[in-house]
Design a protein around this ligand. Structure first.
Ligand code: MSP
Length: 527
């Protein structure tokens, strides 16, 4: 693997980020960090989607310009991602000058190639979706099923993109590449939608939508926001219709594009059609995650249950975002919906990160100090010596095998499933400690056996720190520091022997890697 290019959806900036947006960015950051442990060159793109009627209307209602609204809110997204340790390579804004220029050229190229034509049109437009809706998809009351708002009747002369021309090629691609759409159960939905697709309107009259990228050569029209937004995945790399940049040649096609299930149609039908029209290869995978509910309810401004990701960090007084990252990344099996609740958050992170994982490291290191003054002796290494304590070698084998299982999960974008494999490894290791009771071995003066148990656990802890790193980078670094383990070791280079012989740690250097979160804090902040 010589490069790994991954992208998220770019968020609308008509409001501040909420934990649904955060869910996607965390999932993608976890994937990016995992692949950085397998490949030296990971490019992670995220950003904000800033044009369109929705932003125009929100800005007008606040009495500010659309650009002012975008600047204010784009900053809130950047701040939130910083607080969550989202380590992106580029944060693209669709108002960025380089993006705007390339989108105009892309549109012109599609016109020159005959993929875009002009037509008059009447349709039902939902500004929430930034999309025309098919009347048959409306609710009984004539509302948009996602936004529960009445779409506007729009009569305009627009440019149209020949989506129908690419229908057969897209169907063929989906059928021939069963892992193009992940999870695979969503592919059938897309194939059904493809059955009755029409050409799509790809511009709006400037008399209705002023906040958009101008069509070159036609000052009456602005480019449809989804054409503008989808193009970000290539404009960010400096795609240019004439001479693609080195960066573009290196990173495109994307290895995975992470999006929510609600915008799968745009990514698995419109986007591939645009790419085919431009003569470009399609992304390797489109990963559509599910949605996050709050206490089992859909997040909505009218219910008043919208949660900002930073408010969770603040209400639990978390010193870093790891617990929240871990919880969110593991909130749902691949592609399924998940739920956030304060109580469940507290229970899971206390159980997994504090009680099981953190405590295991803490007590093993404490015993090493108590019985051996913090020293790991040559004779403790089971792989080089005789197995004195049954189960030691098999535990090490299990740990190395987990690396393959976790890699396999990530190859299929099964992030929560990978989290579950790591939790299981922690549980197996805890059981090994309980079964072999190193404190009893010490009492019986079986010191080499006792040292073998502790060293074996510390070896496994190195592997656990590497595996948990994408989810909990701060905790992993803290674990690795106490183990004198080099966390930059690639996953494939991990062995049975990651711990060095000699003095490892003194009593003062041992520190719990994760302190239990307190429920009272969150209750207090709610009140
Ligand atoms: N701007 C478009 C995407 C353009 S991509 C070229 C958009 N923006 S959005 O702000 O509405 O949503 C951004 C992402 O957040 C989408 O992938 C969407 O699915 C995701 N989520 C928004 N609310 C969500 C939840 N409640 N739960 C999980 N993800 C959700 O769509």
């Amino acid at each position: 693997m010589d490069k790994f290019y991954l992208t998220t959806a770019i968020d609308y900036v008509n409001g501040a980020p909420h934990i649904g947006h955060a869910y996607e960015k965390i999932l993608t950051d976890v994937i990016a960090r995992h692949f950085s442990q397998r490949c030296d060159d990971v490019y992670f793109l995220t950003g904000t989607d800033e044009h369109g009627i929705k932003i125009q209307k929100t800005a007008a209602s606040k009495g500010i310009t659309p650009k002012e609204l975008c600047d204010e809110n784009a900053q809130k997204f950047k701040d939130a991602w910083k607080a969550l340790d989202i380590d992106y390579t580029r944060f693209i804004r669709t108002t960025d000058e380089d993006h705007v220029k390339i989108v105009q050229k892309i549109f012109r190229k599609l016109m020159e190639n005959g993929d875009i034509y002009k037509n008059s049109y009447e349709g039902l437009y939902c500004s929430g979706c930034e999309s025309f809706l098919n009347p048959k998809d409306l609710t009984e009351d004539g509302l948009c099923p996602d936004h529960l708002k009445k779409p506007e009747v729009v009569r305009e002369e627009n440019y149209f993109f020949k989506l129908t021309k690419y229908k057969d090629a897209i169907i063929k691609h989906i059928k021939e590449n069963p892992d193009f759409i992940i999870p695979q159960f969503r592919a059938n939905e897309v194939l059904n939608q493809l059955e009755d697709i029409q050409d799509i309107s790809v511009s709006r009259s400037k008399s209705n939508v002023q906040w958009g990228i101008d069509v070159l050569d036609d000052e009456e029209q602005s480019i449809y926001v989804w054409i503008d937004a989808l193009s970000n995945y290539i404009t960010a790399l400096g795609y240019d219709v004439e001479t693609p940049s080195e960066k573009f040649k290196k990173y495109w096609p994307a290895d995975v594009q992470v999006i929510g299930k609600d915008i799968l149609k745009f990514h698995s039908i419109y986007w591939p059609a645009i790419l085919l029209a431009l003569g470009l290869p399609l992304p390797k995978h489109i990963f559509a995650h599910g949605w996050i509910t709050i206490d089992q309810a859909k997040m909505s401004k009218s219910i008043g249950n919208v949660i900002s990701p930073t408010s969770v960090l603040e209400s639990f007084e978390l010193e870093h975002p790891d617990a929240f990252r871990y919880y969110m990344a593991c909130a749902a099996p691949c592609g399924k919906d998940g739920n956030y609740s304060d109580d469940d958050f507290k229970e899971k992170v206390n159980a997994h990160l504090a009680n099981s994982m953190g405590n295991l490291l803490n007590r093993t290191l404490s015993m090493l100090v108590k019985y051996f003054d913090g020293e790991v002796k040559e004779e403790f290494f089971v792989a080089r010596n005789k197995e004195l304590v049954t189960g030691s070698l098999s535990l090490l084998k299990t740990a190395l095998n987990k690396i393959d299982l976790v890699k396999n999960n990530f190859d299929n974008f099964e992030i929560a499933e990978a989290g579950q494999e790591i939790t299981t490894l922690v549980d197996i290791t805890n059981k090994y400690v309980t079964d072999n009771a190193p404190w009893t071995l010490a009492k019986e003066e079986k010191m080499t056996e006792c040292g073998q148990v502790l060293t074996t656990v510390l070896e496994v802890m190195c592997i656990i720190s590497a595996l948990i790193y994408p989810f909990c980078p701060n905790i992993a670094k803290d674990m690795a520091r106490q183990l004198s383990f080099d966390l930059s070791t690639k996953l494939d280079d991990l062995t049975y022997e990651n711990i060095k012989t000699g003095h490892l740690i003194s009593k003062e250097e041992i520190k719990p890697v994760f302190l239990r979160v307190d429920s009272e804090l969150a209750d207090k902040s709610k009140k």
